[in-house]
Design a binder for this molecule. Sequence first.
Ligand code: C5P
Length: 399
Amino acid sequence: MLTGKHVLLIIGGGIAAFKSLDLIRRLRERGAVVTPVLTKAGEAFVTPLSVSALAGTKVYGDLFDLTDEAEMGHIQLSRVADLIVVAPATADLMAKMAQGHANDLASTLLLATDTPVLIAPAMNVRMWQHPATQRNRATLAQDGVTSVGPGEGDMACGEYGPGRMAEPLEIVAAIERHLSTGPLNGKRVLVTSGPTHEPIDPVRYIANRSSGAQGTAIGTALAALGADVVFITGPADVPPPAQAKVVRVTTAEEMRCAVMAALPVDAAIFAAAVADWRLKEASGRKLKKSKEGLPKLDLAENPDILRDVANLSENRPDLVVGFAAETDDVVAHATAKRVRKGCDWIVANDVSEASGVMGGTDNTVTLIDDAGAEDWPTLSKTDVATRLAARIAAALSKA
Ligand code: C5P
């Protein structure tokens, strides 16, 4: 919820401005107060009347409107907000921000403010990829401006690629993360989830039964405490958390690359059920049945991502958590695994068929750390995640 939070929304001049109308509605539904600023170019795409009707307040637009200056100067306007959101942030607005221009109301109050700023870039693919825009983006990031999106997809201009403004609900999630006062605020946490698929040939693969349910629940619980969650997932049945930055992968090797690229993080939770083996060489063509007998599947061991991260000499997260899915002697095996892998905690669970964990809604886990093993009662996967997220928050607050 954003009850009582004050968002100053700057609407730039791009076709994505129509999505900002929905953004206003979504923010107000959550209890936020939205003060809209519409740039001159923005007025070409949405009318001040529609913005004002949805925001339930007047729209600010002209730097030299003397009535406004008497009512609320632009400096004041920029400072009463808890967060300034620029959506759409056009290439031009980003350039102005990076250069420190102050030649209209939007750019002036962005320069005059000490309030955090979140931008949702939106522009043509080539404009986004242009070195000038990428330079501006890097400058803004250095200045502490955070961004959400852009996404990839078909664009209004008929091209395809990155440049589409993030969807209103993604922007809302980014705003909630920003304004959250949770214990994981400002912490970056990585979660791996789902199975991996290791190709045998173009149509077959080695996999396992992981649904991704526990991983998604953990990502959601961490984000609810204010963490910035990077969620690296194999092909799972359960959708990833809406509030996370999602990286989709297929194989263990891809998952390892994505994990290493996401570092540094404060904590890393390895909930993925990574396939232990892959084919040394997957066939480029579909394997055929033959009279000569069965195909020879020559296996190679996959990289152990958890072990590699837990043993990093540089960039090791403060807290590394692994999972141990066992079918017998759960605690003994998991305790040995914690030491073997070099991680801080192991969340152990019984995945024997009788336990019904795989694909089910409940989980019975034991948390193992250097002090020993703590049995948790049978809980829903959501409750396991909530409890684990609270423990992670407590551990990071001491780190
Ligand atoms: O060795 P085992 O597969 O039982 O270890 C389970 C733990 O290690 C899980 O946390 C899993 O996400 C992680 N793991 C990994 N990379 C592998 C295998 C397991 O990160 N190749």
